[in-house]
Design a protein around this ligand. Structure first.
Ligand code: UD1
Ligand code: CA
Length: 476
């Protein structure tokens, strides 16, 4: 950073009408953060003295999200005069009156800009001693953006908005990215003179450019190397496109860090997730929020992890998991649903068609098939037989189940909580366990089997079963 001071103004007061949404546009997420969150994160890397965010539409909701992303940001309220120019004006008024550095203006809906692009813009602005430097981009399809109109000598003359552009102006493919550096004094002076004389009846920030040029102030436009930098989100088609581009960046970042991603197009990794080298991500997998994937782990195919922690060399396939911790070398899936509070120990297994919630399952323990385990503490090296169910809810309260180390439950055991099974104990197939089982005991709750001969032929005469039975009996 050169000696000159910098203030950053992030514009986030607009409604985002074209989103047709209850949620303010700048709060729509991509990569696990709101659009404006990405802009703020980039802004934080530029060593600015002040970072301001201008808000108005759904002010409190936006402020709550901003405080989460960047608690030190200064919130500035726009009044009922509309337009990007007015937004910047209130932001300047909120700066110390003697601030005479540079003002970098960013849009809350331009989320893909990177800090080095902005740093280059600021450096170039200072080197050229410009009053304003605009970040521009050349697009094949400039529809919707303001166009950079250059004069005969190639200098910037003004910016014209799509809605105010003549056919000839609309054909220009150099667009305004909505990102600018201004010298504070000149910006303050000329913004006060911008009118609302345009198709949208707003105070356009872009009108300042023409005023600066008329006052013979030097104005430059720097064309971005990467046209993606300028990508603005105004509707949901653009939201999805921005999300796709961001995801591609995130996936490539992890690939370069040693993660195998078999199908980048169907792998979605939030900006907030962390992966270790030699992790393998199979197709159709989402690794979201604060998820952490350990070295050598394999995730997917068809898996969603939200705020999960997966240990070294673990395997998680065809699983939906939220706030779960999966130990080293453990295996999960296929068709498994891990709900919040699931903690699976090292070398453990949660298998097919199993749902778990608030369940701590110890090292080496297995819940291999068709079970529900909720509000439970399961010891080490336990085997819960196929179809073991914790009946944790009595319509009023949730109760806990505990199962000691090395215990085994028979297939189709129902553990009616609160109940505990001692270390090394066993339950018989189909047992309904309502009383605690002491360590080492075998618990049976099903009465001995009785065969009532001829029952089917007597009570179900004429059915296929009765016919089959009588054929078998006459052949005896
Ligand atoms: C704006 C630019 C356009 C540029 C494009 C780049 C103007 C007049 N036009 O158009 O030249 O090509 O961005 O993406 O500046 N906002 C406020 N207060 C307001 C209005 C808007 O804070 O009163 C904020 C919005 O929340 C948004 C940003 O300013 O984050 C841009 O507003 P938007 O309405 O999206 O402007 P564009 O039409 O995209
Ligand atoms: Ca926009």
């Amino acid at each position: 950073m050169t000696g000159k001071s910098l203030a950053i103004v992030v514009l986030a007061a607009g409604q985002g009408t074209r989103m047709k949404s209850r949620l303010p546009k700048v709060l729509h997420p991509i990569g696990g953060r709101p659009l404006v969150g990405h802009v703020l994160r980039t802004a934080q890397n530029l060593g600015a003295e002040h970072i301001e965010v201008v808000v108005r539409h759904e002010r409190d909701t936006v402020v709550a999200a901003l405080t989460h992303e960047h608690p030190e940001a200064i919130i500035v309220d726009q009044d009922d005069i509309p337009g990007t120019g007015r937004a910047v004006q209130v932001a300047i008024e909120a700066l110390p009156a003697d601030f005479d550095g540079d003002v970098l203006v960013l849009s809350g809906d331009v989320p893909l800009l990177e800090a080095q692009t902005l740093q280059r813009l600021i450096d170039e602005h200072r080197r050229a001693q410009a009053a304003a430097t605009i970040l521009s981009a050349k697009l094949n399809d400039p529809t919707g953006y303001g166009r950079i109109i250059r004069d005969a000598s190639g200098g910037v003359a003004r910016i014209v908005e799509q809605k105010d552009a003549s056919a000839e102006e609309a054909a220009v493919n150099e667009i305004n990215a909505g990102v600018y550096v201004f010298r504070a004094a000149q910006l303050r002076h000329h913004l006060a003179r911008v009118d609302q004389n345009n198709a949208q009846g707003e105070v356009y920030l872009t009108s300042v450019i023409e005023l600066l040029r008329r006052a013979n102030e030097p104005v430059a436009a720097e064309v971005a190397d990467d046209e993606v930098a300028a990508f603005g989100v105004n509707d949901r088609v653009q939201l999805a496109e921005a999300g796709r581009i961001l995801n591609q960046r995130i996936v490539q970042r992890w690939q370069r860090e040693g993660v195998t991603v078999v199908d980048p197009a169907t792998t979605w990794i939030d900006d907030t997730a962390v992966l270790a080298p030699d992790a393998t991500i199979l197709p159709n997998t989402q690794i979201l929020r604060a998820s952490v994937v350990g070295p050598g782990a394999t995730i997917g195919p068809d898996t969603t992890l939200v705020d999960c922690e997966v240990g070294e060399d673990a395997t998680v396939r065809r699983t939906d998991a939220n706030l779960a911790v999966i130990g080293a070398r453990a295996t999960v899936g296929p068709f498994t649903y891990l709900r919040p509070g699931t903690i699976l120990g090292a070398d453990g297994k949660i298998g097919a068609y199993v749902e778990t919630k608030n369940a701590e399952i110890g090292e080496g323990s297995k819940v291999p098939h068709l079970s529900y385990v909720g509000d439970a503490t399961i010891g080490k090296n336990v085997n819960l037989g196929a179809g073991t169910i914790t009946a944790n809810y009595d319509d009023v309260h949730k109760h806990r189940t505990s199962v000691g180390d090395e215990a085994h439950t028979g297939s189709h055991t129902v553990l009616v909580a609160p109940v505990s099974i001692g270390d090394g104990a066993k339950t018989g197939a189909g047992a309904v366990i309502r009383k605690d089982v002491p360590a080492g005991a075998l618990a049976l709750s099903v009465s001995p089997q009785r065969n009532i001969d001829g029952w089917v032929e007597k009570n179900r005469a004429g059915t296929g079963a009765a016919q089959a039975a009588s054929r078998a009996r006459s052949a005896e």
